[in-house]
Design a protein around this ligand. Structure first.
Ligand SMILES: Nc1ncnc2c1ncn2[C@@H]1O[C@H](COP(=O)(O)OP(=O)(O)OP(=O)(O)O)[C@@H](O)[C@H]1O
Ligand SMILES: [Mg+2]
Length: 358
């Protein structure tokens, strides 16, 4: 393994110090679609993640948002090396881990942990909480008094250590997510990938789990990749936010900047759907996008968002401009510390209501 060069950050914030903990460069994942009963032929590919580049800095929380199917979980699983990329590179802590064998990946597995949306589905119902939280110690053959460490972890995440022998079904949804957090924390990872960790929980419980995650981040100097389809959830926890659409990274900025001055029409539309008053959402006019998200098996030419883009229609007087239809816009700087992949990014504060009726 050799030390690897990583590119300069596209967007810096107060949290982007030093060398990134994780960088993905031109990360791409295509899932083959096969047909045929005996001889399975590959007939197409799901373009789940397409040429995505970003970094996450030590101690930072990078929010990753976008609609269902845009490639968030696939990106997460590629970083955790639970999937192999079709192309591109993953650098973790200065080491290129893109092609490491499972044996050489082993030390990194401790450093990269995941928390999932549905703790119930990710917790073995036949194991006690003590066994679940203690499993990482057993798998990685760590020394020490496992029982005591598990009880300390339970206490730290707000579970009663007396409940060591209880089973997942005896806990509420929020408590089950605390079990998932404790398990992820057990081996003192550097990175925790939180894949929709609060999406299945009531709003009041969501806040408790988000607060817990923030406290743990400070205490253990954790770095988070925090995935959500809900922009209202990621604002407060994120230092910077990346927006994905149909496998592409379409915008990246600091959290405040993204909320106050979204420049990609897709981000503006997503933000306009955040209920008023929640997370300080500024936009009040809901932008209703036409049509559904296209299939990632057969994505549109040019800008992936062009068939639904209200701004493109506005620019072209009802017709989508030629470059939107045919040329993929690069992720470019629209302002210091703010990048967007759009031929006609919104001006800061550009009126959105008219777009809705364009
Ligand atoms: N193992 C797989 N085989 C084939 N296609 C897959 C596989 N995993 C994901 N996909 C497809 O890749 C695309 C991206 O999926 P992904 O789960 O990454 O999206 P997501 O943004 O996490 O969505 P959600 O918000 O619903 O969790 C989708 O079209 C999905 O159907
Ligand atoms: Mg997902």
């Amino acid at each position: 393994m050799s030390q690897t060069q990583v590119p300069e950050p596209l967007v810096t914030s107060e949290a982007t110090h030093g060398e990134p903990l994780v960088s993905v460069e031109n990360l791409t994942k295509h899932f083959p679609v096969r047909r045929g009963i005996i001889f399975q032929r590959q007939v197409a590919a799901v373009q789940a993640v397409q040429d995505v580049t970003f970094s996450i800095y030590p101690g930072e929380t990078l929010g990753l948002v976008g609609e269902s199917g845009c490639g968030k979980s696939t990106t997460a699983r590629l970083i955790a090396r639970l999937l192999n990329p079709t192309s591109g590179r993953i650098v973790f802590d200065g080491q290129d881990i893109t092609k490491l064998s499972s044996r050489r990946m082993r030390p990194f597995r401790r450093d990269i942990q995941m928390i999932f949306q549905d703790p119930y589905a990710s917790l073995n119902p036949r194991q006690s909480v003590g066994q679940i939280i203690g499993a990482p110690f057993a798998i990685h053959h760590t020394e020490g008094d496992t029982r005591k460490r598990v009880r300390d972890l339970m206490d730290r995440v707000g579970l009663n250590p007396e409940h060591y022998n209880r089973y997942p079904h005896e806990f509420s949804g929020g408590q089950r997510q605390r079990i998932g957090v404790a398990r992820a924390l057990a081996l003192r990872p550097k990175l925790i990938i939180c894949d929709e960790p609060v999406s299945a929980l009531d709003v009041s419980i969501q806040a408790q789990i988000l607060n817990l995650l923030e406290d743990l981040q400070d205490e253990f100097n954790l770095t988070y990749l925090f995935i959500s389809h809900d922009l209202g959830v990621v604002r407060h926890i994120s230092d910077r936010i990346a927006v994905m659409y149909l496998g592409h990274l379409v915008e990246l900025a600091t959290a405040d900047e993204l909320y106050e001055r979204p420049r990609h029409p897709y981000t503006a539309a997503l933000l306009s759907a955040v209920p008023k008053g929640r997370a300080g959402a500024r936009v009040t006019n809901r932008i209703v996008l036409q049509g559904d998200v296209p299939s990632p098996v057969n994505p549109p030419s040019g800008c992936p968002f062009h068939p639904r883009c209200p701004k493109a229609r506005l620019v072209g007087n009802g017709e989508v401009p030629e470059n939107c239809r045919n040329e993929l816009p690069p992720l470019g700087e629209v302002e210091t510390n703010h990048v967007a992949a759009c031929w006609y990014p919104l001006e800061p504060g550009e009126e959105l209501e008219r777009m809705a009726h364009a």
